[in-house]
Design a protein around this ligand. Structure first.
Ligand code: NAD
Length: 488
């Protein structure tokens, strides 16, 4: 299969203090997930590049924090406008980065624009503290100051690079911090255009720096003395290393990790809507490679068999193929290693007693050279099995039955993760009860969309700590100073 357009990819460079560096400490060769073909060289930042980037961000911090809030807001609004104007370019870059289907890429750019604009709005309305008086009326005057940290180290993964930038960078900049971002070496392209537009928006050199790189660059960024806070999006194994490194100097860290989110379908739900939504969310968003997707479908006994059959039929009809084709819903997964991980988990699930309903084999023919795995449904998945407990990060849906509300809640809460919860029911009181009982950072009921800029997003347990989005996401980028004035 060929998957090309006339779009010319930008060269990948390190962006440090406004300078574009073409070399780092090594080179990664980008692989197009749809064709398996090698493409652009990606320079990898080394420890000295990380040091330079952090120093550049540190040097300009005093200038940026002293920039009038109105000017910071204006620059971020300009950035939002520029990203919006470059929608078509970002769509091409997203497809090149990780093979996301074109139909998926458009809403991602729209969402990224919303997030930038949302935090641009906060920049000149910052919740800067509160006035207090000690010992009640007539006591000494005091107040709190909300202060930017300085240099923020941001480490992001490959599944949605533009979205991850938009969820972290505008909030950090609105609060007056400067940022060094390390994108995954697998997906460097979107960050290149983003960096160009940051400059075009009038944000001073060094306020935003990009250092594509691997684990070594990430570790150096986390450990750098001038990095005052870390914000990370990725998997729990890396998060453990980052947490341990941060613990050495008590550096604060936001961790946005994975999930095994349960989707509870009760017999009293709108079953047609539930089936369409459950299937689309499992397979039709980034080929199942997103953190908050409902990858565990819990279905009530009385409707179980018919519902599983419907899910299998819808999943089997999903258009899988060339991400450039606007009719494609599922593109490839990221790389060969992902195919192997996904396929081996599907195999082990069957050994543990799950029943394969559809999918389960890497796609061949025209798609053989790319990394294509079909929507795969497994039913009768035992709650304690690997497939019910571990994130796959691919187009695989695990279905388990439950008898009543109490069992549904126990199953939903029965993993180490706590990112998202999905509920389908026609009973409003049940929706409220179950919402309260789910141990997750977010809950959506009857197909609502929640990943929006104005509400916080983040997990508990192995899904992480801290938030992106909303006022909570902004507050991650301040520390609080308590100030008191005496009479002397
Ligand atoms: P990963 O943890 O392997 O890599 C993420 C980033 O960390 C990459 O940039 C990588 O180079 C860097 N890294 C690797 N080792 C490092 C180290 N020792 N120190 C510092 N940085 C290091 O993540 P992945 O497996 O590629 O990404 C998929 C995971 O990301 C899934 O678990 C998914 O659920 C999660 N994710 C979470 C969210 C969210 O917002 N909660 C969003 C997207 C993806």
């Amino acid at each position: 299969m060929t998957t090309t357009t006339d779009f010319v990819l930008p060269p990948v460079t390190l962006r440090i203090g406004g300078e574009a560096r073409t070399t780092g400490a090594g080179v990664h060769t980008h692989i197009n997930p749809a064709t398996g073909k090698a493409g652009a060289p990606v320079p990898l930042a080394g420890v000295s590049d990380v040091d330079d980037a952090v120093n550049a961000a540190h040097q300009v911090f005093a200038v940026w924090r002293a920039t009038p809030a109105g000017a910071r807001s204006k620059a971020l609004l300009k950035l939002a406008q520029l990203v919006e104007e470059h929608t078509e370019d970002f769509v091409e870059l997203a497809i090149a980065d990780n093979g996301i289907a074109r139909s998926n890429a458009y809403p991602t750019v729209t969402a990224a624009t919303d997030w930038i604009r949302y935090y641009a709005g906060w920049a000149d309305k910052l919740p800067l503290g509160r006035i207090t008086s000690v010992v009640g009326a007539g006591g000494s005057f005091g107040h709190t100051l909300r202060q930017p940290y300085g240099v923020i180290g941001a480490i992001i993964t490959w599944n949605a690079p533009l979205m991850s930038l938009a969820m972290k960078v505008p909030a950090a900049l609105a609060a007056g911090n400067t940022v060094v971002v390390k994108p995954s070496e697998l997906t460097p392209f979107s960050a290149m255009l983003f960096a160009d537009l940051v400059t075009e928006a009038g944000i001073p050199d060094g306020v935003f720096n990009v250092i594509p790189g691997g684990p070594e660059a990430g570790a150096a960024l986390v450990e750098h003395k001038l990095v005052k806070k870390v914000t990370f999006t990725g998997g729990p194994d890396t998060a453990r290393k980052i947490s341990a490194a941060c613990a050495k100097t008590f550096k604060p860290v936001v961790l946005e990790l994975g999930g095994k989110s349960a989707n509870l379908v009760f017999a009293d739900a709108d079953l047609e809507a539930a089936a369409m939504h459950s299937t689309f969310m499992a397979f039709g968003i980034m080929s199942g490679q997103a953190c908050a997707l409902p990858t565990r479908l819990l279905v009530q006994d009385s409707i179980y068999d018919a519902f599983v059959a419907t899910i299998g039929q819808i999943a089997a009809s999903f258009p899988v193929g060339d991400p450039q084709d606007i009719g494609t819903v599922c593109g490839p997964v990221i790389n060969e290693a992902a195919i192997e991980r996904i396929h081996s988990m599907v195999g082990r699930a069957q050994e543990e007693g799950a029943r394969l309903v559809t999918g389960g084999q890497r796609l061949a023919g025209d798609l053989a050279d790319g990394f294509f795995y079909p929507p795969t449904v497994l039913a009768d998945v035992a709650p304690s099995s690997e497939l019910a407990q571990k994130e796959v990060f691919g187009p695989v849906l695990a279905i388990t039955r439950f008898s009543d509300e109490a069992e549904a809640i126990a199953l939903a809460n029965g993993t180490d993760y706590g990112l998202s919860g999905y509920i389908w029911t026609g009973d409003a009181r049940r929706a409220i009860r179950v919402t309260e009982a789910l141990e997750t950072g977010e809950v959506t009921v009857n197909g609502a969309m929640n990943a929006v800029a104005e509400r916080p997003f983040g997990g508990i347990g192995h899904s992480g700590t801290g938030n992106e989005g909303g006022l909570e996401g902004l507050e991650e980028f301040f520390w609080t100073k308590s100030v008191a004035y005496g009479n002397g």
